[in-house]
Ligand binder design. Structure first.
Ligand SMILES: *Cc1c(COP(=O)(O)O)cnc(C)c1O
Length: 394
């Protein structure tokens, strides 16, 4: 018989063998899955409204489903490790008058998070610094720490990136800067002029990752399209994803656009078949379904207008957002204080089957982030939120 005490001791010894960088890490906290909430609160999964992970609420493109069904007959084969067809389609769609994107500029990822990971693996060694903003996407810190890099977090300005301060934070030890445009979870965005001025200040041997996960939702005329800059800056990597406006979050597919040199480096650390054949096929089909992306955008615009009007009526401040989500505040002080904390509002929403995202781990303990849903979902959320606030203040 094995003595359980010996087993416990040997597994502790084993855990101590893990790299020091990994021992202090916590896994990324995703939005609560629908089935998990259903089990916890005894709810029907079909009654639950999930507005926690910035997913596309309208369901996938029908063309994507058809492409995947066709692909199913080939599933004994490894996928195309170079993603030839997807790269061709991307080049065709992304290349506009002033911008030419070639297949050599593209790196495909198992989600764009994969690209963030590759770029850090390529450039960041132990004790190298990585600069990013306060309230920026949690993955940056995680991938940096796994490599043993140091995170240099620059205080935000009005919840957005302070690009001047970020440029000033670059030191001899800095290898990489993450810039999120628009930023998640704040929804703030940067103009062409701001990003171009920033790039001009960054030393040419420091890599800048411009994370444009929500690019397709942004209308602002002076919003920075990173593709207008990558040809000029070999140290720039623009990342985009099929997880949001393209409605393919579960398939995990995204990409980076960069100089051929940086793409070559990323391909050295990329696992050989990191994007599966279903994801490749669905991504091509959705790129060719302009109507689907237009509908995603229209549903988002209408939902954003409805939610901001509702927050105004409820007296809840929010951070204006150009993404498919918005962070709103449950005021804790002054005339508008709500007698209930954001964490309590979150719990009460969960108990009635509405999942939003607490963002205390983004240093925003009084805010909650809600993804824009369908009109029906948005109405369920606002009705539940109104009742919780009324109950707390009656
Ligand atoms: C959702 C998101 C991503 C994309 O994640 P995928 O791995 O492509 O699903 C990247 N960056 C930010 C800021 C995001 O919010």
């Amino acid at each position: 018989m094995t003595d359980p005490k010996n087993v416990a001791q040997s597994s502790e010894a084993l855990i101590n063998q893990a790299r020091a960088e990994i021992q202090g890490l916590r896994p990324y906290q995703p939005g609560k899955p629908i089935d998990e909430l259903a089990r916890e609160f005894g709810l029907n999964a079909s009654d639950i409204v999930k507005l926690a992970s910035n997913e596309n609420p309208i369901g996938p493109s029908k063309k994507a489903i058809a492409a995947m069904e066709a692909e199913a007959r080939e599933m004994t084969r490894y996928p195309d490790g170079n993603g030839f067809e997807l790269k061709q389609t991307l080049c065709e769609k992304l290349s506009k008058n002033t911008v030419a994107v070639n297949p050599e500029n593209i790196t495909l990822g198992n989600g764009s998070s994969d690209i963030l990971d590759f770029i850090v693996k390529c450039f960041v060694a132990k004790n190298d610094e990585v600069v990013f903003s306060q309230h920026a996407f949690a993955i940056y810190g995680l991938v940096t720490k796994i490599q043993g890099g140091e995170c240099k977090v620059v205080p935000a300005k009005n919840y957005g990136h302070d690009l001047d301060a970020m440029a000033a934070a670059i030191s001899e030890k800095t290898r990489l800067v993450f810039v999120t445009n628009p930023n998640n979870p704040t929804g703030t965005w940067l103009t062409q002029t701001e990003v171009a001025a920033f790039m001009a200040k960054v030393p040419s041997d420091v890599v800048v990752v411009l994370d444009e996960a929500y690019f397709e939702y942004v209308d602002e005329a002076d919003y920075c399209n990173g593709l207008t800059l990558f040809a000029q800056y070999p140290n720039l990597v623009v990342t985009r994803t099929f997880s949001k406006a393209y409605g393919l979050a579960s398939l995990r597919v995204g990409y980076g656009v960069s100089s051929q040199e940086v793409a070559d480096l990323m391909n050295r650390v990329r696992p050989p078949f990191n994007v599966n054949s279903f994801a490749l096929a669905a991504a091509v089909a959705t790129l060719n379904d302009a109507e689907y992306v237009a509908e995603s955008k229209a549903v988002n615009d209408a939902g954003m207008a409805y939610l901001t009007q509702s927050f105004d009526k409820l007296g809840l401040p929010y951070i204006p957002s150009v993404g498919n989500f918005i962070s709103f505040e449950i005021p804790q002080a002054g005339d508008t204080a709500k007698n209930i904390s954001a964490a309590e509002v979150d719990q009460k929403l969960l108990s009635v089957g509405v999942i939003v995202r607490p963002i205390a781990n983004y240093e925003m303990p009084n805010h909650l982030r809600v993804s824009i849903g369908t009109q029906a979902e948005n109405e369920i959320f606002i009705a539940a939120l109104s009742k919780i606030l009324a109950d707390a203040n009656s």
